[in-house]
Design a binder for this molecule. Structure first.
Ligand SMILES: [Fe+2]
Ligand SMILES: [Fe+2]
Length: 270
């Protein structure tokens, strides 16, 4: 019976599977870095205090992309193009979750509601990122080369999630509560379906690379669907709650520039 641990082990032990896994992760992170970088530069005057935190958020995501690239390079692998059905970030954008890219490519300042949409999108997707990295942390514990990178990313994702809770609570207090609640709900319900579809597509591609039997592929696809049913029946609520985090101002401190962090990590892993 395959388990999450045995599946991850298969992926880490196979160059082609590892290449696809890291390429998809790097692309998602890099895309998130670009989005947040653009948002930081379009923050309206009344939210300028948020701009450095959004920039830090973007720099962290860009750094995560570089870390996944570094993991590939360390193994002598080049990234592969990400198939569109496995592109979580672009599928969310296509579904209207978060801010549209044509808005981010422009120069017009964002509105107050745009800032709320950015934070809501982040609240939902950072929950996913935080949970995924915590799982990965568990399953890479005995692989020091990967686990060091995973721990670094996992700590960042927890900080991003704390920051989203804190800033959304602040905006809720400022009068945006109903809009926040409505947008959180619709974003979470859309995200769980996209996450299911992307997971199914990724698993199908990994199954072909790893030569899984039809029975094993069917079993894993059913597992993904079962997670979706759990989330649709109430699990989604964990993605929309707002609680003041114990760690305040998680993105307010000093940080190293993204490239320097990733290079330092790459050097320490070789
Ligand atoms: Fe990230
Ligand atoms: Fe993040």
């Amino acid at each position: 019976m395959p388990t999450a641990r045995t599946i991850y082990e298969e992926i880490f032990d196979n160059d082609d599977a590892f290449r696809l896994f890291c390429s998809i992760a790097a692309s998602d992170e890099t895309q998130g870095g670009w989005e947040n970088g653009r948002i930081a530069s379009l923050v309206p005057a009344q939210y300028q205090d948020l701009a450095p935190k959004i920039a830090r958020h973007g720099a962290d995501e860009a750094k995560h992309g570089q870390i996944f690239d570094a993991l590939l390079r360390k193994r002598g692998l080049e990234p592969v193009a990400v198939p569109s059905d496995t592109d979580y970030t672009m599928r969310l954008e296509a579904a209207g979750i978060g801010l549209p890219h044509n808005l981010l490519r422009g120069e017009a300042k964002l509105t107050e509601r745009d800032i709320v949409c950015y934070l809501v999108h982040s609240r939902v997707t950072e929950q996913r990122a935080s949970e995924q990295m915590r799982a990965l942390r568990k399953y890479t514990a005995d692989r020091p080369d990967i686990s060091r990178a995973v721990r670094m990313i996992s700590d960042d994702e927890d900080n991003h999630l704390a920051y989203c809770h804190e800033e959304l609570l602040r905006l809720a207090e400022a009068g945006h509560r109903r809009f926040i609640e409505r947008t959180l709900r619709s974003s979470a319900l859309a995200e769980i379906a996209i996450y299911r579809d992307v997971s199914t597509a990724v698993m199908a591609r990994l199954g072909r690379i790893l030569g899984w039997s039809r029975g094993k592929s069917v079993f894993l696809a059913a597992g993904i669907q079962a997670v979706y049913f759990y989330e649709r029946l109430g699990g989604w609520r964990r993605m929309v709650s707002l609680r003041m985090p114990s760690r305040r101002n998680a993105l307010g401190g000093r940080h190293l520039p993204a490239t320097r962090n990733a290079d330092t990590l790459l050097i320490s892993m070789t």
